[in-house]
Design a protein around this ligand. Structure first.
Ligand code: NAG
Ligand code: NAG
Ligand code: NAG
Ligand code: NAG
Ligand code: NAG
Ligand code: NAG
Ligand code: NAG
Ligand code: NAG
Ligand code: NAG
Ligand code: NAG
Ligand code: NAG
Ligand code: NAG
Length: 454
């Protein structure tokens, strides 16, 4: 949509005779580096092999030149250790036809010697015109597997909290395409693109689950928390035709930092034809800053959420006095939310465990609080043609701070069938600090919205 990719059409996968096929041999203006023929060891999960493969993959990335393709061959699993790093790849393709699978050995996982912070599984920066793809027939995908199960769970959380590796983390990069990959069981966030411009992700699935056969986010399943799906900050992002099952934000638009290079705001993003179940199609959390945090022009559309925990989730965070930020021009359109087990619609403060956050137990546990931060200005949030069937709780929460109320919140055809009774009964929504309009077939309307009959 935004840019041209320098992809190759390669049907010839069975190349295995030499380490590197030269340009001339192939009659393509590029080389294919087969990871197995350069020495990658397949189908052996020993720690020695994990390390050897990881060092080799690191070296291979460092050797890649403009036009190269790295091939992970079909029907082979290459076990890896974390800490794989590449910088400055330009115009290259990483073609994952087989499986890249990470060790789950936390004892030997590489860490920063000073802080003990884990290294990510993959960390990339300064990429430009890079494609992650697979060339398998329709419906089949290359796999990157984070072996997350040993990193998840309440007991682990008490021990290591969020010091867990992201599966793929990409920083300060432009013109990326990710397609036809399954990102499985990430130990922590699945995919983070931070300060990027021009990213397309398509036909790429996220799957992080404790029990492979489960179809609900029950208490056992929710132990895979912090397994965010696609977290993105930057400009020109298009994510489409993806399936996501996880136990945190399915897609989250994150804020740019004050030192960002590619755009001051997180903006111009389109997410469509997403089938997601987890903690929401999310904006945030967005916190105010000295340099004015901004999120603008974001659309989620034509998507489904079955048995999700949260549905539409926009969340702000508290910040220092005098710091500011905005969430402007966000549209959710044609979204179907069936049997949500928690909130179908939440527009307001982030629910989290830190001090001054809206409590995760609010309002169900007496004495819990939900303070509403004042530093983020909300304007022009549209929910259009949203169908919510049988939410287990009341449909939602729309909470602005009345000293800086949310402006132009429009619900157009937001139809809820068989809403749950708890906790808001016949009010249906917690609703305050909002200048909202309910129009079309919006039923039930949020009680603090004005009703427009068209
Ligand atoms: C796996 O690799 C290790 C060396 O890292 C070797 O000792 C072991 O025999 C290999 N296992 C198989 C099944 O080849
Ligand atoms: C990969 O290279 C980076 C930077 O050169 C280094 O920090 C990391 O330890 C390497 N990882 C492996 C597994 O060799
Ligand atoms: C990118 O690589 C392709 C070969 O894969 C080559 O034809 C093309 O010229 C390269 N583009 C740039 C901008 O270097
Ligand atoms: C995949 O590899 C296994 C051996 O590891 C082999 O038995 C099987 O036939 C291969 N499948 C395909 C489709 O190539
Ligand atoms: C991790 O690797 C170390 C070193 O080989 C080994 O002693 C330890 O048992 C492994 N831990 C797990 C959980 O596999
Ligand atoms: C961002 O990437 C560009 C090259 O693409 C590089 O020149 C610049 O130094 C990088 N900046 C940071 C902060 O990493
Ligand atoms: C909003 O973002 C879309 C991409 O999702 C882009 O096509 C459009 O031009 C942007 N609109 C404005 C006003 O920048
Ligand atoms: C969408 O997700 C649901 C639940 O995760 C799954 O049952 C369904 O098959 C998915 N639909 C498509 C079209 O992939
Ligand atoms: C929001 O969208 C309106 C048009 O609908 C446009 O006039 C305005 O400039 C946009 N605001 C921002 C901050 O992008
Ligand atoms: C409304 O959304 C549903 C999916 O929830 C879709 O089937 C329908 O076509 C949409 N209607 C319009 C008028 O866009
Ligand atoms: C809704 O989800 C709950 C689990 O949260 C499950 O027990 C129930 O069967 C589901 N209902 C429908 C109609 O799918
Ligand atoms: C609104 O913000 C003000 C200033 O931060 C704060 O004192 C007040 O408690 C907030 N209101 C709510 C309902 O949280």
């Amino acid at each position: 949509m935004f840019f041209i990719f320098f992809g190759l059409i390669l049907s010839s996968i069975g190349i295995a005779s030499s380490h590197v096929i030269s340009r001339n041999q192939l009659n393509y203006n590029d080389r294919i580096i087969n990871f197995e023929t350069v020495g990658g060891i397949a189908d052996n999960s020993s720690l020695d092999t994990c390390w050897a493969n990881s060092h080799l993959l690191n070296q291979t990335f460092a050797s890649m030149q403009n036009g190269d393709t790295l091939l992970i061959p079909y029907n082979k699993t290459f076990w890896l250790m974390g800490g794989i790093y590449a910088r400055g790849l330009v115009n290259v393709t990483i073609q994952i036809d087989g499986i890249l699978k990470f060790s789950d050995n936390q004892t030997v996982w590489p860490r920063d010697p000073q802080t003990q912070q884990v290294h990510e599984c993959f960390f990339f920066e300064q990429l430009s015109y890079v494609t992650f793809t697979s060339s398998l027939p329709e419906g089949k995908k290359g796999i990157i597997d984070g072996s997350g199960a040993h990193w998840w769970g309440l007991v682990e959380y008490l021990l290591i909290a969020e010091n867990r590796p992201r599966l793929i983390s990409i920083y300060n990069s432009t013109n990326l395409l990710v397609e036809n990959i399954l990102l499985k069981n990430s130990p922590y966030w699945t995919f983070l693109a931070n300060d990027i411009a021009n990213l397309e992700i398509r036909h790429t699935d996220v799957d992080a689950r404790v029990n492979p056969d489960i179809h609900y986010h029950d208490h056992n399943e929710l132990q895979a928390f912090n397994t965010d799906g696609f977290d993105v900050a930057g400009t020109n992002v298009w994510i489409h035709d993806c399936n996501i099952w996880n136990d945190d934000d399915c897609i989250a638009v994150k804020e740019q930092s004050s030192t960002s290079i590619h755009s001051p705001c997180s903006e111009n993003m389109l997410f469509e034809r997403i089938n997601a179940s987890g903690v929401g199609l999310t904006i945030g959390s967005i916190g105010p800053s000295a340099s004015h945090t901004c999120v603008r022009n974001i659309t989620f559309r034509d998507s489904t959420m079955y048995n999700t925990f949260k549905g539409i989730y926009l969340k702000s965070r508290p910040g220092a006095l005098g710091h500011t930020g905005e969430i402007t021009n966000v549209t959710y359109q044609n979204i179907l939310i069936n049997n949500a087990s928690q909130w179908s619609i939440w527009i307001g403060p982030q629910q989290a465990g830190y001090k001054d956050a809206c409590s995760l137990l609010w309002p169900f546990v007496p004495g819990t609080h939900c303070p509403i931060p004042v530093g983020i200005t909300w304007n022009n949030i549209i929910l259009r043609n949203i169908t919510i069937n049988g939410p287990q709780l009341s449909p939602g929460v729309i909470l602005g701070n009345s000293t800086n109320p949310m402006l132009n919140i429009l619900f157009d055809n937001v139809l809820v069938t068989k809403p749950g009774i708890l906790p808001w009964g016949t009010h249906y929504y917690a609703c305050e600090g909002v200048e909202g309009i309910a129009q079309g077939n919006t039923e039930p309307p949020p009680p603090c919205f004005k009703r427009k009959p068209f």
